[in-house]
Design a protein around this ligand. Structure first.
Ligand code: ACO
Length: 311
């Protein structure tokens, strides 16, 4: 009966057991996962653009090889995540359609422009650092395919974070102009990085239920605090200033206090009013349309070889 199924599902969640695609699950659990995993997949794919812009302008062969590998990793992450979403009965083509029609979200962070090569370093350090902070706990998410995808994604994100930090260390050991460039990039990316964790817990409609279902393991504010605490010593080691006059160690709490995030800006960017929203989505749409012949050829090939064992 429905009651037995619900009780069995609840017991498995309480026992920290994984839910797998063929298992019974409440409709809300399924739709929440589709929403979060699709948004996550879209973020990885849209996230290729800000850094992809620097592939043809990387300052050395070494930097270009690293950046190429990184941007290709993001494509891979998008693919694992779309595959994880498909285990829930949705279709990747439909999810892509929803993205390019603006009916599904992707992370706010990718609507900011990359103005100099220092931005590539700061994205690695702060944006990928925030992504790791958010995604390591998701390796323990209750839905099996999502949790397993996160394991590999996090390993690759660690490489992304390291390459960014190493790039910044090198620039900070360079000329005064290079150091200025790094500080400028930190000033522009710090606050948007804090917004990646989502609205404050009190204004987050999904956190409570997603925590109860074990989809999320920490709240938005908990992860944001963790990120601030880990970034402060890294900023000191790098020799940059984080652009927040209220940032201070609070011995009583055992955490850093920090200033107020501009949530009006967050809302504006999420609802399409950021600097690059229109460009990001229109480029994604163009890439999708230009790739139509590849999808058609692949489908025709598959149809031709169906049942021949060569498909
Ligand atoms: N950018 C865009 N939208 C956001 C962001 C953000 N930074 N943060 C929250 N939102 C959206 C949520 O999707 C939700 O919208 P919806 O209900 O219309 O779908 C709304 O704001 C309210 O937020 P929450 O109730 O807090 O939503 P949720 O519980 O899903 O938490 C979070 C948001 C923390 C981003 C969660 O979805 C998550 O952990 N996702 C997986 C990680 C991820 O997507 N990372 C992508 C960027 S990292 C990278 O790709 C390198």
């Amino acid at each position: 009966t429905g009651q037995e199924l619900t009780a069995d599902f609840d017991a498995r969640i309480a026992a920290h057991q994984r839910i797998e695609p063929r298992d019974w699950m409440p409709e809300g659990y399924r739709s929440t996962l589709v929403r979060q995993i699709a948004q996550h997949a879209h973020s990885e794919i849209i996230g290729m653009q800000p850094e992809g812009d620097w592939l043809t302008r990387a300052p050395s062969l070494r930097r270009k090889a690293i950046l190429l590998a990184k941007v290709q990793d993001e494509a891979g992450h998008g693919l694992y995540l779309y595959a994880a979403a498909e285990t829930l009965g949705v279709d990747r083509a439909d999810l892509t359609q929803r993205l390019i029609e603006g009916r599904q979200k992707y992370s706010s962070i990718f609507n900011y422009p990359t103005l100099t090569f220092a931005d590539v370093g700061v994205i690695g350090w702060l944006v990928d650092g925030a992504a790791i902070c958010n995604q390591v706990p998701l390796c323990r998410s209750s839905f099996g395919p999502y949790a397993r995808a996160m394991v590999r994604v996090c390993k690759e994100e660690s490489f992304h974070q390291r390459q960014g930090y190493e790039l910044l260390l090198q620039m900070m050991a360079g000329t005064p102009a290079q150091r200025t460039m790094v500080q400028d990039a930190v000033d522009r990316w710090w606050w948007p990085s804090l917004m990646m964790f989502g609205p404050p817990d009190a204004d987050s409609p999904n956190t409570r239920q997603s925590m109860a279902w074990g989809i999320k393991r920490d709240t938005n504010d908990e992860l944001r605090q963790k990120f601030v605490d880990m970034s402060v010593p890294q900023a000191v080691a790098l020799g940059v200033t984080l652009p927040d006059p209220d940032l201070a160690w609070n011995a009583e709490r055992g955490h850093h206090d920090f200033g107020a995030v501009d949530w009006a800006e967050f809302k504006r960017v999420v609802s399409g009013g950021g600097q690059c929203n229109a460009e990001r989505v229109s480029r994604r749409r163009a890439a999708h349309e230009e790739g139509a012949w590849v999808r058609e050829a692949a489908a025709a090939y598959a149809a031709k070889h169906q049942g021949t064992g060569q498909g």
